[in-house]
Design a protein around this ligand. Structure first.
Ligand code: Z5A
Length: 211
């Protein structure tokens, strides 16, 4: 059986990743592809426990270094117990955030050096990584407005100031520029239907969707 594909979605808060994942899941399933949807931090019982302590509480609850270690502890559990087994069964895994979020949030946002995060990534995952990463790019003000409109309680990360969110946006764009063979940027300011159409065109161009 052919190994499945790992597609990761990245970008700032409220960019439309979850909305896009819903559309992608339907479109790929219509082609007969077995799709597994998951998220980070989280995706397994153990990683969801870590998600709870990472996202809730005071902004200063964890240092960036501790955050990076906890994110990677959750990620290893997720990759070993959920993502790899699904890929081995031929499923396509769509993951809401993955290793690029650690580079952006704990690295550029939190002040850790890129080399330190790369060492951690290599220790935790070796050569394992996404087949395609879709970066949904949006003006952070618009993203914040969308999340506030939902009326949910802000996570620790949403409580940071606007300069922090602008740096994160640039961090994701820089990752896309550094790794163009793996990453593609989608304009998240477009209507959701157009974002989905562009994402499917990228999937068709970059990955074989023969089920
Ligand atoms: N984090 C980290 O620091 N390090 C790491 O390594 C990892 C994560 C893996 C997870 O938060 C947090 O963990 C995250 C980084 C940190 N920081 N924060 N906050 P999360 O999972 O709770 O939140 P999120 O990933 O940022 O997702 P989100 O806020 O739910 O946004 P989204 O999934 O990208 O957007 P959405 O839910 O699809 O859409 C938001 C609203 O906009 C919704 O009402 C939609 O109906 C609407 N929407 C969506 N698309 C559109 C378009 N195209 N036009 C108009 N309106 C739209």
């Amino acid at each position: 059986m052919a190994r499945g594909k790992l597609i990761t979605l990245e970008g700032g808060e409220g960019a439309g990743k979850t909305t896009l994942i819903r559309g992608l899941t339907k479109a790929l399933a219509a082609r007969g592809i077995d799709v597994v949807v998951t998220r980070e931090p989280g995706g397994t019982p153990g990683a969801e426990l870590l998600r709870d302590i990472l996202l809730n509480g005071d902004v200063q609850r964890w240092s960036s270094r501790t955050e990076a270690l906890l994110m990677y502890a959750a990620r290893v559990d997720h990759v070993e117990r959920r993502i790899k087994p699904a890929l081995d069964c031929g499923a396509w895994v769509i993951c809401d955030r993955f290793a690029d979020s650690t580079r952006a949030y704990q690295g550029v946002g939190g002040g850790l050096k890129a080399e330190e995060i790369e060492e951690l990534r290599h220790f935790a995952l070796g050569e394992f990584g996404a087949d395609l990463t879709l970066i949904v790019d949006i003006d952070p003000e618009e993203g914040l407005a969308r999340t506030l409109a939902r009326g949910e309680k802000a996570t620790r990360f949403e409580k940071f100031d606007s300069g922090y969110h602008a740096r994160l946006r640039q961090a994701f764009l820089d990752i896309a520029a550094e790794e163009p063979e793996r990453c593609a940027v989608l304009d998240g300011m477009q209507p959701a239907e157009a974002v989905l159409e562009n994402a499917m065109a990228l999937i068709d161009a970059r990955l074989s969707t023969a089920a």
